[in-house]
Design a protein around this ligand. Structure first.
Ligand SMILES: [Zn+2]
Length: 483
């Protein structure tokens, strides 16, 4: 674990553990908001840097507080530059405005030179010697010197940041080279630019070309051009057939185009290179999606079967390969719910929630599984305990009080509960669901039936009319409710 973090620009004053936590928080955050907004200035600086070398914009620039650094990392096959805005500002204040651009250029240099490996894989695969790492730092400095010269910074402005924060102490046991070596590398890059030479990028040519296609493919995919992305991923694989991420990305596109066989094959190739838990989950989902579309597996009544054995096998493998993968447990629990295997479904979903307490879908399906568990129409209703189901939906409502479905689901649980007072709670939730979503046909239909059992017939009739108007109930229901 000694080198969890790749390519620290500066000798860290805080521990790896702290930085690791910071990065993970940033990725967690990203998952929560699904898109990052980095500040305008940093983005403009990045664009300028890229314009110098003519590279396209296939980095995600991500503000990440409290890492006291800037970092070039790849995470699940995508390139990120994480930066601590406060930290960059401080360095600039102590030196000059070019310093933040220098730091960014240094990180771009790491990416362009192919130094960065996947953040998740780093602890396992990282066999980089310190000497090699120091060499990489010099390459990134060299690159940054080149870029800043092209952008018009003076040599003094270019070296100021490194001059400020490095020392000439012995670097034998350090990930970062000593000051004089770094300044020399920057100067070499700087004069190359003035002499109109091109920057030389080190490393394996084929892999670099492949990466360029791949990252451009990601960009096309993000802009919604799936066909172009597919072509680029194909090219990437032509140049380098050994990268798990290329296949996984291409599989996603093939799935979009409903080429299920192709997608399954590609995930299988990713798995062969690296049996990551999430590839098994993704392959399971494609298998099921194919079945939903082609309806190859149906029950006696012609209804599509969810989570056929091949799907479940992949999910078992996903859990085997990473017993901490909340998504894998959730997915398996979901299919078990669809297959009416409520008891086991609840077990899986509970583990999913334990591993990731913010997995809202897991609460939702566990609530439904608790609700549907048991046989209320055969057994004594009073034994049928919906407390756990109600708890899950209450929890969801606490987290997001504006989701009409959770009110609806809790209303159903209240209505099915044995005992006085539950019906009025059910009515309250249904009213809320309809306030939140006035086009909720199903909620009108359900409220109509609750109202009828409360003998509010004319009001029930109004609800059923609304439900018919919204396309949820059939027209002939009106005659049943409105006599
Ligand atoms: Zn570095």
């Amino acid at each position: 674990m000694k080198k969890l973090i790749l390519l620290l620009l500066f000798a860290p004053l805080i521990s790896f553990g702290q930085i690791k936590e910071g990065i993970e928080l940033c990725f967690e955050y990203k998952r929560a908001v699904s898109a990052f907004t980095s500040d305008k200035e940093a983005n403009e600086a990045l664009d300028k840097i890229l314009s110098v070398i003519g590279a396209s914009r296939n980095f995600t620039l991500t503000p990440c507080d409290n890492i006291f650094n800037a970092l070039a990392v790849t995470y699940k096959g995508e390139r990120y530059i994480l930066y601590d805005g406060e930290f960059m500002k401080k360095i600039s204040e102590l030196t000059n405005d070019w310093s933040s651009t220098f730091i960014l250029a240094h990180e771009v240099g790491h990416h362009i030179n192919g130094h960065t490996r996947d953040y998740l894989l780093a602890p396992i695969l990282d066999d980089n010697s310190l000497a090699k790492q120091r060499q990489e730092e010099l390459e990134a400095d060299n690159f940054a010197g080149f870029v800043l010269a092209k952008l018009g910074a003076s040599l003094n402005q270019t070296i100021a940041a490194i001059d400020l924060i490095t020392t000439n102490d012995d670097d034998t046991y350090s990930t970062h080279p000593s000051k004089n070596k770094r300044l020399a590398a920057i100067k070499t890059g700087y004069s190359k630019a003035l002499g109109n030479e091109n920057i030389v990028i080190t490393g394996d040519y084929e892999i670099k070309v492949a990466d360029e296609y791949y990252y451009n493919g990601i960009e096309k995919e993000r802009s919604g051009n799936m066909a172009a992305a597919l072509i680029l991923y194909n090219r990437a694989i032509d140049f380098n057939p050994n990268n798990e991420f290329y296949y996984a990305k291409r599989a996603g596109i093939k799935e979009e185009f409903k080429d299920f066989r192709g997608a399954i094959e590609d995930y299988s190739k990713s798995i062969k290179i690296n049996p990551r838990s999430e590839y098994f989950v993704l392959r399971a989902l494609v298998r099921d999606y194919e079945n939903q579309i082609t309806k190859t597996y149906t029950d006696l009544r012609g209804r599509v079967i969810y989570g056929t054995p091949d799907v479940m096998l992949d999910l078992n493998k996903a859990i085997q390969s990473d017993p901490y993968n909340s998504t894998a447990y959730f997915t398996r629990g979901y299919y078990k719910y669809r297959n009416k295997n409520y008891y086991e479904s609840i077990t899986d979903l509970s583990i999913a929630i334990e591993l990731d307490p913010e997995n809202l879908k897991a609460y939702e399906y566990r609530g439904l599984a608790y609700r549907d568990n048991g046989t209320p129409f055969e057994a004594d209703m009073s034994d049928w305990d919906l407390t756990d189901a109600i708890k899950d939906f209450t929890k969801l409502i606490e987290i997001d009080p504006n989701n009409s479905e959770w009110y609806f689901n809790r209303a159903v649980c209240y209505n099915l509960s044995y005992g006085s007072g539950y019906r009025s709670l059910s009515m309250k939730d249904l009213n809320m669901a309809i306030i939140l979503n006035p086009n909720y046909g199903r909620a009108y239909a359900y409220r109509a039936s609750v109202k009828r059992s409360l003998r509010q017939n004319s009001s029930a009739c109004e609800d059923i009319r609304a439900s018919v108007r919204l396309g949820w109930s059939k027209y002939n229901q009106i005659s049943l409710y409105c006599d």
